[in-house]
Write a protein that binds this ligand. Structure first.
Ligand code: ATP
Length: 355
């Protein structure tokens, strides 16, 4: 059952279009991420769900209600911000209780609800502390607690982990996944961090330039990117994308770039002979054997693997992953091969469709 639905939503600020013809169907209990680079329209989308911005046109539904004209407080949503926005003069307990107080929940009832929420987030020993006496992670948990205590239908989270250090982010990521599993509530999470989106979401809505590029489960976004933008945005190190051209002979396609060609096999109905791009993830390259000649340019040792950048004869750079026991020296001549089964082909242009 769809819980949150955006239909043909547009948002303009003056003449500038921040969100263009957005359609999203979010299922009840789903964790979805809005992912994209800075300025792609993800925060504007979340703010429209929250009622902090209003669509220029289109419809937003939460549950069975059209909420276009419903004020934030009546939408049965809770929002968690990047800046925790805690009240500095209030204790942890008072911060968590605040939304209940505002809704005039009786004091006795309030105490029980705060205690339960604090327990769930392991904040019980900290209930009397002030925000400034807490670590960043603890402050973020209080902000979550303040959202949880109201037991809203939908949670809206705006880059809630971006102020934490890398280790704490990893920890809080796991906590959020667990919390989502336990509560089974619909969660909409805004991030520009693909690792967060990949690890936490049931589905990811990848946005660019105010437009939805793909809305699919993480593995699908990774393995079957809808277009060149999604392909290049998802994955670290990123997909190698090479400009070249496609040729067809009796239903079989070949992709040719300076220095090599790849058998593209059969492509979809949108394939045309002429300029196109090929994408191959670092794991789709074999470094050490194959028909393509290159020189290693950079070797990064991460511990469990080496990331090796190879420069081909015409200056093109390709990145591959190699086992840690095979360390190439910089400047060493190497052979390279491309696993054609793992290659993707895209129509011309920065958001060229996958063929
Ligand atoms: P970031 O990750 O940097 O927060 P974002 O993807 O969340 O980026 P939005 O905040 O949704 O992006 O902004 C989308 C576009 O709309 C941007 O180009 C931004 O400058 C513009 N924009 C956002 N709010 C306003 C506003 N109130 N007035 C005018 N332009 C705005």
């Amino acid at each position: 059952m769809a819980d949150v639905v955006l239909s043909n939503v547009h948002k303009k600020f003056g003449t500038f279009t921040a969100v263009e013809d957005l359609n999203l169907d979010i299922q009840q209990g789903e964790f979805i991420s809005l992912l994209g680079p800075s300025g792609c329209g993800k925060t504007t989308t979340l703010r429209m769900l929250a009622g902090l911005e209003f669509p220029t046109s289109g419809e937003i539904r939460i549950g069975d209600r059209v909420v276009n004209d419903v004020p934030p407080g009546d939408r049965d949503i809770a929002m968690v911000f990047q800046s925790y926005a805690l009240y500095p003069h209030m204790s942890v307990g008072q911060n968590i209780a605040y939304p209940l107080k505002k809704r005039r929940v009786p004091k006795t009832e309030r105490a029980g609800m705060v205690a339960k929420t604090a327990e769930m987030l392991q904040l019980t020993p900290l209930l009397h502390r002030k925000p400034k006496e807490l670590s960043g992670g603890q402050q973020q948990r209080v902000a979550l607690g303040r959202a949880l205590v109201r037991d809203p239908k939908v949670f809206l989270l705006d880059e809630p982990l971006s102020n934490l250090d890398a280790k704490l982010r990893g920890y809080m990521r796991a906590e959020l996944i667990e919390l989502h599993q336990r509560l089974g509530r619909t969660m909409v999470y805004v991030t520009h961090d693909q690792l967060e989106a990949m690890t936490m979401s049931d589905r990811i809505a990848v946005m660019e330039g105010g437009k939805l590029q793909q809305f699919a489960p993480p593995q699908e976004v990774y393995r079957a990117p809808a277009n060149r933008f999604v392909a290049s945005f998802i994955g670290t190190p990123g997909m190698n994308i090479v400009d070249g051209s496609l040729h067809e002979d009796a239903g079989r396609w070949t992709f040719t770039a300076p220095g090599f060609s790849v058998d593209a096999g059969q492509l979809g109905p949108d394939a045309r002979p002429g300029p196109a791009a090929m994408g191959i993830r670092p794991e789709g390259l074999t470094i050490g054997s194959g028909p393509i000649q290159g020189i290693t340019q950079l070797v990064e040792q991460t511990g469990h693997e080496n990331i090796t950048v190879v420069r081909l004869e015409d200056g093109l750079r390709m990145t591959g992953r190699t086992a840690p026991d095979r360390l190439w020296r910089t400047g060493e001549p190497v052979q390279l091969s491309i696993d054609a089964r793992q290659a993707h082909f895209f129509a011309e242009g920065p958001t060229g469709k996958r063929l």
